[in-house]
Design a protein around this ligand. Structure first.
Ligand SMILES: Cc1cc2nc3c(=O)[nH]c(=O)nc-3n(C[C@H](O)[C@H](O)[C@H](O)COP(=O)(O)OP(=O)(O)OC[C@H]3O[C@@H](n4cnc5c(N)ncnc54)[C@H](O)[C@@H]3O)c2cc1C
Ligand code: SF4
Ligand code: SF4
Length: 1018
């Protein structure tokens, strides 16, 4: 049995006093002091791990002022805070042992969009893509781009002066900041915007902190003009933060925002930002150029930039190879074909923007003509990409580059610590040659990609930071890269900010460093804002890059085998792709519904990692524990559950985070590192419930597949009980919401009446080879079969209409519900039995086809290790292989056909949607695919009382809106049984399975040989 684990060390009494004071002074936001919150906020995307004392989630600017006023009290003068947004920093800039102020949970309102002035005012926690989604109807956008645009916040972007693809055209975030509302540590609420000389003079006259700040800055701007001119490089990526080079504007104005942008939370808390907007580029195209080596791609970049394209992005052979295995690849493969003389080992993607189609065509033909007319050594060929969806797919692949690099086996994985250098573009190829030699000299592997037009290349050497010798490489390589960037006239911080790498700030800023310290002192005299970043208080030193605890060092005790055994949890690198803000995307529903980072894949992986670490510290191997039998059984679990000494067991906090997971598997399919929460959650629950009692609903839900056939036999009784008030009350007491009634139709009985035999090896053995080739065995799951039997009957009918001989598999327990709830031994027994039965059918020569996507795909993931060899096809996988049997037709119908596909197939079966489209296309239908998030039901999740709120919230965020937008004449179909039952329960809408729509089309089609309409007796 796993032992009781200790929650993290309590925060210091000073922090606790600070937090208590805030609570007493009317702080309206949330306060997180528990071990789970502190564990989840201890990492960003960097190699470091630092546990904060507490996390504050302010509701609004007044809460920020309350925090600042508390900081100003003498008794809290040594309390430090660090503002935080999406937490996507790559160098620990939002990590602290002090108190985190997370502006992303609540302060995420878009306050104003003025399309005429092209200005938006937003709170600091607004996500960049959230803003652009709201701006799109106005034909506007916030231009600075970054790979983390679906989770990075405006506060974080301003504070790191973020930028990325397109920076040569659009500049950095600071180029688009019109004003900032900031809160200083004395509680001052100041709106910073560029001022003229007279206004500056008035500000300097003030006798408060604002006056100090302006006097200090005006003096430095005047006294140190020569050093500023000499030290700040004339690069697209100038030195971010404390940007003295742009403090005095060309028009003589004075812009405090230049200093605030990129200051990484060290000067003030940003509450709001007023942003300049640009018209959306009307038309775009991409030219994707292939090279036989990456150096050729880098060398050729300058030629591309000279063609006046909007941006040029580059990808090396390693990233390209990984992209080919990614879920996004099928959508873009055609743009990156393999050449007869070998695959490409480097790519440049040139972007072309224009206001009119004609202008686009002209620019595109000029670029392609130039490429053809001026061959370049190593350039293999190019393709072009048109159309919004296709272009977005190519950029999505590029944006996933960091994550893709992390998707490797084993403990040696790409890590960021020198990933963000910038040099003058003309030096890039030579610089990268030396950079590669440096890494090759250490025998390291690495992938490279970046903004080649701006001279920025992202490089993540692969290291395992658990052994000390690899940890030591961080210092050696960092020093080497710093020397190289200086040699080539570049900077260490291209766009990701400084954070822990501030150690090198004094070296780069030289004589200006003391001036930075004066600026810091003027804004934050007690050094309470994000200490240790960018600049240290006078007389103090900045921490060294190897003085901050490394995640690897903390993980050291866990051991490689256990790290690998728990669904990649230990390899989550914190890139935050699972924090996607958009309700219409799939990852991660529980985070979207709660905005609580504990309830995200990263949150759960972080907690799992800490749990494994604590077990390792106690010498416990969780794999061995899972196989042990425990003599005290129920009595022991009862005792553990009642014993007050167990109340603070850290495992409870882990379980609470696991409870809200829908097991939708979006993470398993879409996390670039393939962190699979359902995989490690099941293992965790199995161990947790060896120690503690399960809730009553668990055995009920786990047994559902075996009890359903029994219930079906006493259908009237079951229906009467679950429809009655006492029955429903009893269910609710057990933790389950209204369960569906069983329809009067029994699929098996209806099929038996048609003399359709059940598929058994003996039955199949009677068939000759031709008959077998024509046989389809449907493998229904218990839910579809019993609650939605017409779908199964329609599937059978589709097979018949296409000339196949359909059969139905005997009732088999799929076991997914057992797995989800962590009944792993029972699951393994059931799965082995089912796997053996399916293998016998497959060996007899039958084609096996499932109906429900999530249950069918369980045969490919949960069943790994059961020995199952048979492949159970999704319906569309089967139909896509027999397209020649489908009649070609052109339907003329009023409404459209829309598919609402299940999350698991969309994220875990990359070809699934394309296959449905191909099938419907053959039938003359242009299938529209709903871009929706999760429906919120996810198997039994939405049937549990404790989850119903989240379930309905999720449905309302995406599905409900999508369904409301469909017309009465539209055929809206859903593949998942869960999704259909959720739409029926909440909206009263009955959505057919696509097989049912296909049956209807086939029956209307006069071209078919066997046109008939089968009805079933019930
Ligand atoms: C996979 C990956 C790709 C990336 N690609 C890019 C890229 O293309 N371009 C790029 O520029 N960056 C990139 N980054 C880095 C990162 O996403 C950016 O720095 C981003 O701007 C950080 O935003 P955030 O909301 O996550 O901020 P956080 O990481 O939470 O914080 C960043 C800094 O901002 C400060 N801060 C946050 N909110 C406030 C506030 N309200 N007031 C004051 N200070 C605040 C924090 O204290 C911290 O110092 C990438 C990171 C990853 C993991
Ligand atoms: S779970 Fe995956 S997507 Fe989320 S932060 Fe970790 S590695 Fe990134
Ligand atoms: S399975 Fe779904 S709900 Fe659970 S962590 Fe993964 S994406 Fe989130």
């Amino acid at each position: 049995m796993i032992p009781r684990l200790t929650s993290a060390q309590r925060a210091s009494s000073l922090s606790e006093g600070f937090v208590q004071h805030l609570a007493d002074s009317g702080f309206k936001g949330d306060i997180g002091q528990g071990a789970a919150d502190r564990t989840v906020f201890a990492t960003d995307n960097s190699i470091y791990q630092v546990e904060p004392a507490a996390i504050l989630f302010p509701k609004d600017v007044d809460d920020l002022k309350r925090i600042a006023r508390a900081l100003a009290r003498p008794e809290f003068s040594s309390v430090a805070i660090t503002p935080r947004g999406g937490g996507t920093g790559t160098n620990g800039q939002s990590l602290t042992t002090g108190i985190v102020v997370d502006c992303s949970r609540h302060m995420n309102r878009i306050l104003e969009i003025d399309p005429v002035r092209r200005v938006a005012r937003v709170e600091a926690g607004v996500v960049k893509d959230q803003l652009n989604k709201a701006l799109a109807p106005h034909g506007l956008f916030f231009a600075p781009e970054l790979s983390t645009s679906n989770r990075a916040t405006i506060g974080g972007m301003v504070s790191t002066d973020a930028c990325g693809q397109g920076s040569c055209l659009y500049g950095k975030t600071s180029n688009h900041v019109l004003g900032l509302r900031v809160i200083l540590t004395d509680g001052t609420d100041f709106s910073s915007r560029p001022v003229c000389r007279e206004e500056l003079r008035a500000l300097q006259m003030r006798r408060d902190r604002i006056g100090d700040i302006h006097r200090t800055l005006a003096r430095i701007a005047a006294d140190d003009r020569d050093d500023i001119e000499r030290i700040f490089p004339k690069l697209n990526r100038f030195m971010t933060g404390y940007d003295l080079a742009h403090l005095v504007r060309k028009d003589g104005g004075f812009d405090l925002n230049a200093v605030l942008c990129g200051s990484e939370g060290t000067l003030a808390m940003i509450a709001e930002a007023e942003l300049n907007l640009l018209p959306l580029p009307a038309h775009a195209a991409l030219v994707n150029i292939r090279y036989d080596n990456f150096n050729a791609a880098l060398e050729d970049a300058r030629n591309l930039v000279a063609l006046n394209v909007a941006s040029v992005e580059t990808i090396d052979e390693t990233v390209l190879r990984l992209a080919k295995g990614d879920i996004i690849w099928p959508r873009i493969a055609a743009f990156f074909p393999d050449d007869a003389d070998g695959v490409a080992n480097g790519i440049n993607i040139a972007e072309i923007l224009a206001d009119t189609p004609q202008e686009l065509a002209e620019k595109l033909s000029a670029v392609t003509a130039a490429l053809k007319a001026n061959p370049f050594p190593g350039r293999k060929g190019f393709t072009t990409t048109h159309g919004k969806a296709e272009i977005e797919a190519v950029w999505a692949m590029r944006k996933r580059a960091v994550g893709l690099l992390g998707n490797v086996e084993g403990p040696v994985r790409p890590v960021p610590f020198v990933e963000d250098t910038a040099v003058p573009p003309e030096n890039l190829a030579a610089y990268i040659r030396e950079f590669r030699a440096l890494l090759d000299g250490e025998n390291l592997t690495y992938g490279m990609f970046g903004h080649v037009d701006a001279g920025v290349l992202h490089v993540r050497p692969a290291l395992d930071l658990t052994p000390p010798e690899h940890a030591a490489l961080v210092r050696r390589i960092s020093d080497g890269v710093v020397a190289l960037t200086r040699k080539y006239g570049g900077v260490l911080w291209g766009e990701h900010g400084k954070g822990v790498r501030s150690e090198y700030v004094p070296e780069f800023f030289g004589p200006l460093y003391p001036r930075l310290q004066e600026i810091k002192a003027a804004f934050d005299p007690l050094g309470q804002l994000n200490p240790g970043k960018i600049v240290a208080a006078a007389g103090r030193a900045l921490p060294k890059i190897d003085e901050i605890p490394l995640r690897g060092t903390i993980d050291r005790g866990i051991g490689d085998e256990i790290r690998a055994a728990f669904g990649n949890a230990a390899y989550c690198n914190g890139n935050g792709a699972c924090f996607d803000f958009d309700a219409d995307t799939l990852m991660c529903p529980s985070y979207k519904a709660t905005r609580d980072r504990r309830f995200s894949p990263k949150g759960r992986a972080s907690l799992m990692r800490e749990w494994l670490r604590q077990l390792a510290e106690k010498g416990v191997d969780p794999r061995r524990e899972a196989t042990r039998r425990h003599p005290f059984g129920f009595a022991g679990r009862l005792w553990n559950s009642l014993n007050p000494a167990n109340r603070n067991d850290f495992s409870h906090e882990v379980r609470a985070a696991m409870d809200t997971c829908l097991a939708c598997k979006a993470c398993a399919g879409q996390c670039p590192v393939k962190v699979s929460v359902p995989a490690f959650r099941a293992k965790f629950l199995a161990l947790y419930y060896q120690r503690y009692l399960r809730p009553l609903k668990d055995p009920l839900v786990a047994a559902i597949e075996t009890t359903l056939p029994v219930m079906a036999r006493m259908r009237p009784f079951y229906n009467a009980v679950i429809s009655s008030s006492p029955g429903q009350a009893a269910m609710r007491r057990a933790g389950l919401t209204a369960l569906p009634v069983l329809p009067p139709l029994s699929a098996r009985r209806a099929l038996a009446r048609q003399n359709m035999p059940v598929a058994t090896p003996a039955e199949l053995a009677r068939l000759d080879a031709a008959a077998l080739a024509n046989t389809i065995v449907f493998v229904p799951d218990a839910f579809t079969e019993h609650f939605d039997p017409q779908v199964l009957l329609d599937a059978v009918e589709v097979a018949r209409l296409l000339g196949f001989s359909p059969l139905i598999a005997p009732p088999l327990v799929n076991g997914k519900a057992l797995h989800v709830h962590g009944y792993l031994r029972a699951f393994e027994r059931a799965a082995r039995r089912t796997a053996a039965a399916l293998d016998r059918l497959a060996q007899a020569g039958a084609t096996l086809v499932g109906i429900d996507p999530s249950m069918t795909l369980a045969f490919r993931s949960e069943y790994a290790g059961t020995g199952l060899r048979a492949r159970i096809l999704l319906p569309q996988e089967w139909l896509a292989t027999v397209l020649d049997r489908l009649p070609s037709s052109t339907l003329h119908e009023q409404g459209s056909y829309r598919l609402m596909a299940h999350c698991t197939e969309r994220t875990n079966a990359p070809a699934a949607i394309g296959q449905w489209q191909a099938v419907f296309k053959k039938l003359g239908v242009d299938l529209l695919v709903g871009e929706t998030g999760c429906c919120g039901m996810a198997g039994t999740f939405g049937h549990e009382v404790r989850n119903r709120g989240i379930s309905e919230t999720l449905y309302g965020m995406s599905w409900q809106l999508a369904l409301a937008a469909t017309g009465a004449a539209d055929m809206v179909m859903a593949t998942g049984y869960s999704c259909r039952s959720q739409a029926k329960a909440i909206d009263g809408r009955r959505l057919p399975h696509p097989l049912q729509a296909i049956r209807a089309i086939l029956q209307r089609n006069p071209g078919l040989p066997s046109r008939r309409d089968t009805t079933y007796d019930v």
